[in-house]
Design a protein around this ligand. Structure first.
Ligand SMILES: [Zn+2]
Length: 105
């Protein structure tokens, strides 16, 4: 029996980059936000965004789309959703901490 079948939480789940659903023929790209409001937040965007395409989603929403369109199935769904929700909570907690610090000054 292989011991490597279950990666509990620590590893990144499989999140595929898909053809843009906007039919513009581009591949969705992964980016990391560096804005003040969302530092380190991962988002997925169509290269034609702003150029006739409006595909742009934070990671958790992107995962939901993948599940919806059946790009993720079976155990990958559970892994990806669980992971992206944990990650979102973590990022939001960071944001809240930053905000409460700002209020002190
Ligand atoms: Zn597009």
């Amino acid at each position: 029996m292989s011991a490597s079948s279950s990666s509990h939480g620590c590893g990144r789940p499989f999140i595929p980059l898909i053809d843009c659903p906007g039919a513009c023929g581009s591949f969705v790209m992964k980016h990391v936000s560096s804005t003040e409001d969302h530092p380190g937040w991962v988002y997925y965007r169509c290269p034609s965004h702003g150029n006739g395409c409006n595909f742009w989603h934070w990671e958790r929403e992107y995962v939901a789309i993948l599940v919806n369109k059946k790009f993720l199935t079976g155990a990958n769904v559970v892994d990806a959703i669980g992971w992206s929700e944990d990650r979102r909570e973590e990022l939001e907690r960071h944001n809240e901490q930053r905000r409460s610090k700002d209020e002190i000054y």
